[in-house]
Design a protein around this ligand. Structure first.
Ligand SMILES: Cc1cc2nc3c(=O)[nH]c(=O)nc-3n(C[C@H](O)[C@H](O)[C@H](O)COP(=O)(O)OP(=O)(O)OC[C@H]3O[C@@H](n4cnc5c(N)ncnc54)[C@H](O)[C@@H]3O)c2cc1C
Length: 408
């Protein structure tokens, strides 16, 4: 039987992980990335056990180990006075969920994936190649790729659209089914302000290995140390009533610190000091889409943000892309009917990813409560036992049972 050949659009976290999962089970993979270089963009990512277990199975974790940090816990605080509402012990993740809870810089995860990829001669990563068209024919897929002004075509057995939140592949699949393009969810605009603050500019307690989540009215703040405590990753999310829109590239806009500081002016001093210490802010409008009716059609399927763009309030976008990659490889592990395998992949993944999308959305409302509702939430949190709170995450963090024998 000839070696099966997958074409993947997009070399983000999802595309790189899918390439690795498929190559480990004997596939040839051609990965097309529109960016001319894989830049070290982004900031911190939390990698929950449902994702780290897969990264361990496919051999990425050893490449990430030095750069990643294992937070001891997640501490939730009230914005106004910094009082602790609840602490979740994350060091127990390995014994509870079978894999560690990690935080890492996105660029370090990307580097670890690329290092692992380098050992696979059957993966070719082509940069500066924008996927611009595709057609299914009897034996597979013909892909049209733009390289500068030149158009080239490539042949493969199937196409995996891992081309992110503004996915070209998704737009084409929906259009082919006579459906309108996916529209962002919600009537509120949420902007994430992201910064990396050098360790020497913050107090020692901010460098303790833990994830901090502060809750305020229409705002929240997340911070944790990264890169052996050399920097603190900070994400401040602010919400306004204007409609959600989002056509900015990842990690693009720069933010005026005076605007942010006004928005956080009634927060406790340690939070204000941390925000003031940031050398530079990047702003990023947060987009989420309602679940798609389908991900797969014939020999084309979607993966990662292309399939299920979600709000980052459960820190699951990359984690779900990693789960997709493992599930897709699992569905394709028996040679033969790719179309049936893509349908099987969709049926195991669409329901779970949709649940995570919905839960992330719900989390936004909970984090940003104000007035009596916020008071009630805080009271409930103060009286919640850590074990009870951890149990609420079991469905999410428990590694999924996508048969992975083929990946080991
Ligand atoms: C503020 C914030 C915090 C977050 N925190 C977390 C977290 O803690 N944990 C977590 O798991 N997730 C988190 N996420 C989400 C996470 O970053 C994304 O869900 C994840 O990176 C999606 O990966 P992806 O591979 O699907 O898409 P992307 O990373 O967007 O990759 C898509 C790739 O496709 C390329 N591409 C696009 N179009 C084409 C084309 N036509 N041809 C070729 N290439 C193309 C792009 O250049 C890009 O490289 C966060 C997101 C935000 C905004």
């Amino acid at each position: 039987m000839p070696q099966p050949h997958a074409l993947i659009a997009g070399a983000g976290i999802g595309g790189l992980t899918a390439a690795l999962c498929l190559a480990r089970q004997g596939w040839r993979v051609s990965l097309f990335e529109q960016a001319p270089v894989l830049e070290e963009v982004g900031a911190g990512l939390q990698l929950s056990p449902n994702a780290s277990s897969i990264l361990r199975t496919i051999g990425v974790l050893p490449h990430l180990a030095k750069a990643a940090l294992q937070p001891r816990g997640l501490i939730l605080r009230r914005a106004r006075d910094a009082s602790a509402l609840l602490t979740l012990p994350l060091l127990d993740a390995e014994s509870r969920w079978g894999a560690p809870y990690l935080v890492a810089h996105r660029a370090d995860l990307q580097r670890a994936l690329l290092e692992t990829l380098a050992a696979h001669k059957d993966i070719s990563l082509m940069l500066g190649m924008e996927v611009a068209g595709f057609a299914t024919h009897g034996r597979g897929i013909r892909l049209v790729v733009k390289q500068g002004a030149v158009k080239r075509t490539f042949e493969g057995d199937c196409l995996i659209g891992a081309d992110g939140v503004h996915s070209f592949t998704r737009a084409r699949l929906l259009a082919a089914a006579g459906l309108p393009p996916a529209q962002p969810t919600g009537r509120r605009q949420r902007i994430a302000w992201r910064a990396l603050v050098p360790a020497e500019k913050v107090s020692a307690d901010l460098l303790l290995p833990r994830t901090n989540l502060w809750l305020g009215a229409d705002t929240h703040l997340v911070h944790y140390p990264l890169r052996q405590g050399k920097v603190v990753n900070v994400v401040a999310v602010v919400e306004t009533a204007s409609a959600a829109s989002a056509k900015e590239p990842f990690w693009a806009g720069s933010g005026d610190p005076a605007v942010l500081s006004r928005r956080f002016s009634n927060w406790a001093k340690p939070a204000q000091d941390l925000l003031a210490a940031a050398p530079q802010w990047r702003t990023h409008p947060l987009v989420a889409f309602p679940p798609l009716p389908f991900w797969s059609a014939a020999r084309v399927t979607l993966l990662g943000d292309a399939a299920h763009p979600m709000l980052p309030f459960l820190a699951q976008g990359a984690a779900q892309a990693i789960e997709d990659a493992a599930a897709l490889a699992s569905a394709l592990r028996k040679p033969g009917n790719i179309e049936a395998a893509f349908q099987a992949y969709q049926s195991v993944r669409l329901a779970r990813a949709s649940r995570v999308q919905a839960a992330s959305h719900k989390q936004a409302s909970l984090y940003h409560l104000k007035g009596p509702a916020a008071f009630a939430r805080d009271m409930v949190m103060r009286f919640t036992a850590p074990e009870q709170a951890l149990a609420r995450y079991d469905w999410l963090y428990q590694p999924q049972n996508y048969p992975q024998d083929h990946l080991t």
